[in-house]
Ligand binder design. Structure first.
Ligand SMILES: Nc1nc2c(c(=O)[nH]1)N[C@H]1C(S)=C(S)[C@@H](COP(=O)(O)OP(=O)(O)OC[C@H]3O[C@@H](n4cnc5c(=O)[nH]c(N)nc54)[C@H](O)[C@@H]3O)O[C@H]1N2
Ligand SMILES: Nc1nc2c(c(=O)[nH]1)N[C@H]1C(S)=C(S)[C@@H](COP(=O)(O)OP(=O)(O)OC[C@H]3O[C@@H](n4cnc5c(=O)[nH]c(N)nc54)[C@H](O)[C@@H]3O)O[C@H]1N2
Ligand code: SF4
Ligand SMILES: [Mo]
Length: 858
């Protein structure tokens, strides 16, 4: 049987994949986004196929229900809420992880037939500022550039983007281009020294939130050096830039001068921006401040030049196209244009089409908290984890009488709160399209049977619509029919020119849709393909202002949040893959050593704000700017309840886009005193409530790792935990020194290791990898037992962290190879295989190469 062509379900790079009948995944050499490349997450897709914990049947009020009964209950809930509150009291909250067809159906249901603007998407947390910035500058949400521009550019400026971890295949393309053209320069603008900075020509560690000041300073510099433009708004933009020279960024003036000079002298410059720009109370202004500079140098949509907003989710762009944000209509049609609204009303035969925009995500959950939302349908997103001020969000969800969640997984922080649960098809099962950052529409194709009774999301929407009396408008026989309707909607904008035009695809047959190759919009006529766009643009005045909430003596640091290389969001897919967990296996807060007085490296620390707090393992990390602390967004109740950082994140939003300021909450970091630290390794998960602080992590070979911190006396905790770990016919080997607070035990049956438990007053416990490895041994010999309780092999090197997850190569092995003379990435690869798989770890290997070159102090 042939391989199935599909698209990776993770990031907005939108890589093409080929999946064998056995589930092996490789990069599609013919897909324009990746030409065969994949990153660590894409490479591990095959391992996520038999996802444990799928939601297999509909449920109502905690009990299994038939689809009929569940859909009736949803319809009843919405009917009741409409009767009680009107259209303002019903809502959908959807996601860039839906396919375009599902997204289109949800938007049509909400705006066209429920008659509410209250459909918002997690793209509000992600792309809203870029969308608002594009609309202010171009009059439409347009990404002018294409990926190839990153390769053609002579200068690439990465603003608030950790490209190496978050868009790894774009980063690989960029690195390959630099290898071919060493004169090409890369500048990284980020308060942290990230993996993306490895090998960059310039890192500008700006004060969090100060990007507008930086680009206003650049605008003034470009103008002072003689750049002029006919586009509207330049004077106002210059006036708003004021006398700023970029000094407010706190960046060394010499670095600023270099950056300004490079930008001014390089016609082929791409400025790529991501969440360090968007997730800010001045996110829209950040986008426009960047676009302003490109407008002044005339470099928008030129080969190798332009502003470039990269999308996060696989279908963040598709959601924007179908208009499933509370502020947009459908097909880039404009609410302010009565003719277009009428055209859509007529086309959909939807007399009750929503009159105007609805509540944006943060407002929507605030309204729910005030009891103003009677029915809320959440699809493909985990707002209990991903929205700011998460405790308030959870309370709000509990107040919604009819809370519906469509999900692939049976348990998540959000699914747990739902009254009605609808099982959705996941990747490899569902059929439809996604659009990536460079406007390329690609097919996701199914190659696996539906698990249990899971169905596509569009189908569930259509069934509920039919129950509310709108069946005819939702009588699609499959995703191809929905896609044709979506394409036809884009033609309603005529005669007004709109870049987003799919009318050339409105006549696709089912067979054409089945074989649709990756296609970039606009597609005005059949067979056409889109390229770069250079829309007419205007300057926007972007006065610089600090983040919404100022630091204070009580909350002196800035909390930066973001992503880890091998985890995806709330970890419902990646969290179960031990190989992906190996790279950053614990919830960690990273802080500059200079800000860490009184905070032990490796100890537990509370990151507290005026909104809430989270407790994580603290790491001293010189890569984090002074005055900041970095925490990943990923941890949830499933893995580490105490480490959910959005409990502490403030809900301030950008005034133009409504995007929350997820990056810049004022916080303080304080030590959390524990009577003991410890860990338990076992062959089964024991939950996340083993101790005052617990993180539950899958390790290799079916072993579960429990990281623990407790307040009770160590001897008591030791006894209590041993009871929990107990197995029939097994015996303990114990090593205790109660006076020193040291307690270690291993549970064995017939010489086979079943569990081990280590407690210590200090957090300095043995590394876990080697111990996890012992679980694979059929029999632990008697002398090995001593080593087991010592936590390290009797001879041989100490365990060290995994760097290359593809081949399981640890830092120690890489360092040995470097010491033995492997002084380039290629030689390290030859010696150890590290970095020769997907290549996502190359920046870290590069960092080890640099570190090893630093001479020993004399
Ligand atoms: N591995 C992995 N990849 C992913 C995802 C994932 O969950 N895991 N998610 C996908 C999604 S949906 C998205 S949206 C993207 C996000 O991709 P990115 O935006 O690249 O990722 P983040 O880590 O959220 O943030 C990027 C950087 O912004 C910096 N930053 C914080 N504040 C500021 C500031 O004021 N100015 C500037 N210039 N920088 C700042 C942070 O230090 C961080 O390094 O990643 C996508 N790819
Ligand atoms: N502090 C902080 N918070 C953040 C961010 C940050 O940088 N810092 N980033 C924000 C950003 S950019 C984003 S994009 C969000 C992401 O946050 P979320 O959207 O909450 O993250 P996910 O964990 O990806 O949730 C997606 C869910 O959809 C389910 N799912 C997948 N496919 C389907 C499908 O086809 N149908 C259905 N019904 N369900 C499906 C998955 O099982 C999963 O549970 O987080 C935001 N929150
Ligand atoms: S870069 Fe990685 S996560 Fe993103 S689409 Fe490509 S393979 Fe998937
Ligand atoms: Mo995102």
């Amino acid at each position: 049987m042939a391989e199935t062509r599909s698209t990776c379900p993770y990031c907005g790079v939108g890589c093409g994949v080929l999946v064998s009948p056995a589930g092996a995944v490789r990069g599609d050499p013919e897909h324009p986004a990746n030409r065969g490349r994949l990153c660590s997450k894409g490479t591990a897709l095959g391992e996520t196929l038999d996802q444990p914990g799928r939601l297999l049947h509909p449920e109502v009020d905690g009990r299994r229900a038939s689809w009929d009964a569940a859909l009736d209950a949803v319809a009843e809930g919405f009917r009741g809420a409409l009767a009680e509150h009107g259209p303002a009291g019903v809502a959908l909250y959807v996601s860039g992880q839906l396919l375009t067809e599902d997204y289109f159906a949800a938007n049509k249901f909400a705006k066209g037939f429920l008659g509410t603007g209250n459909i918002d998407s997690n793209s509000r947390l992600c792309m809203a500022s870029a969308v608002a910035g594009h609309r202010r500058a171009f009059g439409e949400d347009i990404v002018p550039g294409i990926y190839e521009d990153l390769e053609l550019a002579d200068l690439v400026v990465l603003v608030g983007s950790n490209l190496a971890w978050c868009h790894p295949v774009l980063f690989q393309r960029l690195q390959a281009a630099r290898a071919a053209r060493p004169e090409m320069r890369v500048v990284v603008v980020d308060p942290r020294r990230t993996a993306t900075c490895e090998g960059a020509d310039l890192h500008l560690p700006l004060a969090p939130g100060s990007d507008v000041a930086l680009f206003n300073g650049l605008l003034r510099h470009l103008h002072a050096s003689g750049r002029r433009s006919e586009a509207a708004g330049l004077d106002a933009a210059l006036a708003a830039a004021g006398g700023g020279t970029g000094g407010e960024t706190g960046i060394d003036p010499a670095l600023l001068t270099t950056f300004f000079a490079w930008f001014a002298a390089t016609p082929r410059t791409v400025t790529l921006f991501s969440q360090g720009a968007n997730q800010s109370s001045s996110g829209t202004d950040k986008a426009n401040a960047i676009i302003n500079c490109h407008l002044l140098t005339g470099s928008i949509g030129q080969p190798g030049a332009g502003p470039f907003s990269v999308t996060g989710q696989p279908n963040a762009m598709g959601g924007r196209e179908v208009g499933a944000l509370a502020t947009t209509l459908a097909g880039h049609l404009d609410w302010d244009n009565p003719a277009e609204v009428e055209a859509l009303r007529g086309f959909w035969q939807a007399p009750s089409l929503a009159a105007g925009p609805g509540l944006k995500a943060v407002e929507l959950f605030q309204a729910a908290g005030e009891g103003r939302i009677g029915a809320l349908w959440i699809m493909a997103t985990n707002p209990a984890v991903s929205l700011p001020d998460a405790a308030a969000v959870r309370a709000a969800m509990r107040r919604v009488p009819c809370l519906v969640v469509s999900e692939c997984v049976r348990e998540s922080d959000t699914v747990d709160l739902a009254r009605i649960r609808l099982p959705a098809l996941g990747w490899g099962e569902k059929e439809g399209t996604v659009t990536n950052s460079e406007r390329v529409i690609s097919r996701q194709r199914g190659f696996r049977p539906a698990p249990g009774e899971a169905r596509p999301d569009w189908w569930a929407v259509a069934e509920v619509a039919a129950r509310l009396g709108w069946g005819e408008a939702f009588a699609w026989e499959g995703p191809a029919a929905i896609f044709r309707e979506h394409a036809a909607v884009t033609a309603l904008a005529r005669p007004a020119a709109r870049a987003f035009d799919l009318s050339g695809l409105a006549g696709l047959t089912d067979a054409d849709y089945g074989t649709l190759p990756p296609t970039r919009w606009p597609v005005a006529r059949p067979g056409e393909a889109g390229g770069r766009l250079s829309p007419p643009a205007r300057f926007v005045a972007t006065p610089s202002r600090p983040p919404a909430h100022a630091t204070s003596p009580a909350y002196p640091l800035r909390l930066l949040t973001g992503r880890l290389r091998d985890q995806w969001h709330s970890m419902t897919r990646t969290g179960a893959v031990p190989r992906l967990m190996a790279h950053s296996p614990e919830p960690v807060a990273a802080i500059n050593p200079a800000d860490a007085a009184g905070l032990t490296d490796g100890g537990l620390a509370r990151v507290a704000s005026a909104w809430g707090s989270a407790v994580l393992r603290l790491r001293h990390d010189p890569a984090v700017a002074r005055g900041a602390v970095f925490v990943p967004m990923h941890w949830t109740d499933r893995f580490a309840p105490a480490a959910r950082i959005n409990a502490a994140v403030n809900p301030a939003v950008d005034p133009h886009s409504g995007q929350p300021e997820l990056k810049h909450t004022p916080v303080r970091v304080e030590p959390v005193g524990m009577a003991w630290h410890g860990f338990a390794l076992a062959r089964r998960p024991l939950g996340t409530a083993l101790a005052n602080w617990t993180a539950l992590l899958p390790a290799a070979d079916g072993v579960w790792r429990h990281e623990l911190g407790g307040l009770e006396a160590p001897a008591e905790a030791f006894a209590r935990l041993r009871v929990l770990l107990e197995e029939p016919d097994a015996a303990w080997v114990v090593l205790e020194d109660p006076a020193a607070g040291l307690h270690r035990a291993a549970l064995l049956r017939d010489g086979r290791l079943l569990a081990c438990l280590f407690l210590d007053p200090a957090p300095a416990l043995p590394a876990r990898d080697w111990l996890v490895g012992l679980f694979a041994d059929a029999r632990i010999g008697s002398d090995a037992r001593r080593a087991l309780l010592a936590g390290a092999p009797a001879d041989g090197p100490a365990p060290s962290p995994t760097i290359c997850v593809c081949h399981g190569i640890a830092a120690a092995g890489i360092c040995r190879a470097i010491a033995a003379g492997a002084d380039t990435l290629a030689l390290v690869g030859e010696a150890t295989r590290a970095g020769t798989g997907c290549g996502s770890c190359k920046p870290e290997i590069a960092a080890l190469l640099v570190a090893q070159r630093i001479p020993e102090p004399a």
